[in-house]
Each structure stands twice: as structure tokens, then as C-alpha cells.
Design a binder for this molecule. Structure first.
Ligand code: PLP
Length: 388
């Protein structure tokens, strides 16, 4: 890999050479048949990734555009949604919904915990909700959503499920053909971004709608959006030689390579790999007296929010680690200064993460905390080997 630093923040994530190479291919016109063939392949592979018979959208924009596209095409102003929030990115649906005149109810968990499915059940029983938003892995807390429990409850109450997969897609199970305990219990919309577990540079929003979600769009007379109205994009997604707004040609090259790598490795294998990495990173850092905010029973496999032991200064630690070539992220909101976030997703490898564990230990030793680096690295390797 030609990267000089290990970018272990929860997105963007490390990009591999073949993706850089694809991205550096010659920029062609967006209607050039050579580009159109690549765009078409990327769209087809996206359908395959999500196992959907609905429509997928691969457009310029970040994950947030995907959130907006998901919401405004399924829920009209004045209708109500329930936001199931397990952190900062879950909460983003509150202000997003309100910006479009959507009525928003919220269930928030304590940071580091999941929302209790029984609370969701009670809330949905108390009113009429058009959709429920769920964040698959909340990037602020490292908490994963309990889809096995939530999907059947939401479906029992007839609401659509909008799943924010920005920090989960291609690492955690997101299968739109999967039925959760009943033939109609499926996920209706999944939205994601290119730069997290997919391992492609930032800049693409990827969204999938099933037939129920498309039917919801049909019921909305006028969507309060133009770029985000899926009716402007459906013709292009079915025939990418058509024009609505210029696609980011070089990013599509990159994404096409990225999704081929994902499907070549296989999603099931990736799920196992990410589960192993998550467990192993948390166990290894535990050897340094660092604990994950989320317990193992609710932890996401793609990133972890790690609490500092007493006396470690956040900016000193991250600057010293950064000088060794490992970039991790600070924590958000009330956890700022008290924790850091480490991504272990996408194109990250076992070797890379073992090295990161070692350098984190060296950094702690450099700033005056005596830890056993070799023991933590060994723990990491053993955990990966037993989990895979
Ligand atoms: C990063 C992230 C987003 C926002 O994505 P952007 O690409 O920054 O717009 C939304 N949801 C989750 C879960 C994320 O991790």
C-alpha cells in the first residue's frame, strides 16, 4: 500500500493501491460508452451487495446526502418518524427530519448502550409512524443496532425501516432480501457512503430502496428536493448513458474497483473478518487499561470508542501517536477528551492493526504510562486467530 500513514479514524479509511490506480484513470466524458459501462457495472454490483430487487442510487455526495435522499423520498412533511438513536449520527435524523417539516419522535439510548426494543415497541404502539430510522453502527459510540429485535417490531407496526449503513455497509450484514422472523420483515431503505467500511475515498452516497420504499415515494406528490428526488435518478440508474447531473467520473472508477474487491472477498467473509478485528482490537487495548465504551454484546465490528485510562491526555496521546504514523479520531460531545475512536474496517489488515496496537503501546510508554506492548500485540493475534 502506498499510504504513508495508517488512517484509523472511523472514515475515511485506508485506500488500497488498485483503488488509487482506478481513480487516476483518464477522466472521460460521462456519456462515453467506456465510462458508462463502468458506471453500469458499479450500479449492478451495488444491487448485488444489498440483494435488492428495488432501485439503487450511486450519486455524488457524502453519507449525509444519502440520509436526506432516504428520508425525503419516503416521508412527507407532516408525517411522523421515530428516530432510534444510539449516538451522534442517530441524532442527525432529528434535525434532518425537522428541516423538511417532518414530525420527529426520538428514543435515545445512553451513549454506549442500545435502545431497548421494548421501548420502541411501546412508542410505535402510541401513534402512527411512517418510518423508523436506525443507525447500523453509530460512529460516535461504537454501538451496533440490534436489527434482529428491531426489524420485526417496526414491521408489526407497519412503518418503513430506514437503515443508516454509513459505518457498516460491506462489513456488517445488510441484506435487503433477508426476512427477520416473518415474510414481510425486511429493511426498506439502506443508505451509505463510500469512505467507511467500503474503503473508497469520500464523495459518494449510495442508497437502496425496496419496493415498499418506492411505493412510499409514489404516494408523495411533491418531494421537497431536486437533486435528492429519486425520480430524477431512476432513469440514469437504469441507463447510465442518460444525463441528470454529471457523475463524479473518477470516484465512480474508484468505487467500481472498491465494490469488486468487496464482492471478491465476499461479504460473509468480510463480516467474520470485521467481527474478529473488532474483538481483537478491544481485547488488545484492554491490556493497556483501555476499555471500550460499548460492551462486547453491543459493540460494532467496524470501529470502537475507547476510554482512556486515568491520566492520559487526549491531545498529547493522539499527537504522539500521529507522529508515529497512526491517525485515530477524538471522541464527540461529552466524551471529547475522555476517549478516542479507532476504525478497524474496510481495507485495514491484520498486520496493520497489530502494528497499530504496538504503536499505541509505545506511545503510552513515551508519555509516561508503563504498558506491556508485546503482550497486547500477542493478545491481538490470538484473538484474531480464534475468531476467524
Ligand atoms: C460518517 C457517518 C455519517 C455521515 O456521513 P458523511 O459522509 O460524513 O456525510 C452518517 N452516519 C453514520 C453512521 C456515519 O458513520
Amino acid at each position: 500500500m502506498r499510504n504513508e500513514e495508517m488512517l484509523l479514524i472511523p472514515g475515511p479509511t485506508p485506500v488500497v493501491d488498485s483503488i488509487y490506480d482506478a481513480m487516476a484513470s483518464e477522466t472521460r466524458g460521462h456519456t462515453d460508452p467506456r465510462f458508462v459501462a463502468i458506471y453500469k457495472n458499479a450500479i449492478d454490483q451495488t444491487r448485488k451487495l444489498f440483494h435488492t430487487d428495488g432501485e439503487v442510487f450511486v450519486v455524488a455526495g457524502s453519507g449525509t446526502i444519502g440520509m436526506e435522499m432516504a428520508l425525503v423520498n419516503t416521508v412527507a412533511a407532516g408525517e411522523k418518524i421515530l428516530v432510534v438513536s444510539q449516538g451522534y449520527f442517530g441524532d442527525r435524523f432529528i434535525t434532518l427530519g425537522q428541516a423538511f417539516g417532518i414530525e420527529v419522535d426520538v428514543l435515545q439510548s445512553e451513549w454506549g448502550k442500545q435502545v431497548d426494543p421494548q421501548e420502541v415497541e411501546a412508542k410505535l404502539g402510541s401513534g402512527t409512524y411512517k418510518a423508523v430510522t436506525i443507525t447500523h453502527a453509530d460512529t460516535s459510540t461504537g454501538v451496533a443496532a440490534n436489527l434482529d429485535a428491531l426489524v420485526p417490531i417496526v414491521k408489526k407496526h407497519g412503518a418503513l425501516i430506514i437503515l443508516d449503513g454509513v459505518c457498516a455497509t460491506a462489513a456488517m450484514e445488510e441484506d435487503m432480501s433477508k426476512t427477520y422472523g416473518g415474510p414481510d420483515n425486511t429493511i426498506d431503505v439502506i443508505l451509505t457512503g463510500s469512505q467507511k467500511a467500503l474503503g473508497v475515498p469520500p464523495g459518494l452516497a449510495i442508497v437502496a430502496f425496496n419496493q415498499s420504499a418506492l411505493a412510499a415515494r409514489k404516494q408523495i406528490e411533491r418531494v421537497p428536493a431536486y437533486y435528492c428526488d429519486i425520480y430524477n435518478w431512476i432513469p440514469i440508474m437504469n441507463d447510465p448513458s442518460k444525463y441528470f447531473a454529471t457523475p463524479p467520473v473518477n470516484l465512480i472508477y474508484a468505487y467500481n474497483e472498491g465494490i469488486e474487491l468487496v464482492l471478491m472477498e465476499g461479504v460473509e467473509k468480510r463480516i467474520v473478518r470485521h467481527t474478529a478485528f473488532g474483538k481483537a482490537v478491544r481485547a488488545a487495548l484492554g491490556e493497556y487499561g483501555m476499555t471500550a465504551l460499548a460492551g462486547e454484546d453491543v459493540a460494532a465490528s467496524t470501529l470502537s470508542c475507547i476510554l482512556y485510562p486515568d491520566g492520559v491526555d487526549d491531545s498529547t496521546f493522539r499527537a504522539a501517536l500521529g507522529a508515529k504514523g497512526v491517525v485515530v479520531a477524538g471522541a464527540l460531545a461529552h466524551l471529547a477528551g475522555k476517549a478516542f475512536r479507532i476504525g478497524h474496517m474496510g481495507n485495514t489488515t491484520e498486520q496493520m492493526l497489530a502494528k497499530a496496537v504496538e504503536l499505541i503501546g509505545e506511545t503510552l510508554n513515551d508519555i509516561g504510562h508503563t504498558v506491556d506492548t508485546a503482550k497486547a500485540v500477542e493478545r491481538f493475534k490470538v484473538e484474531v486467530a480464534t475468531a476467524v
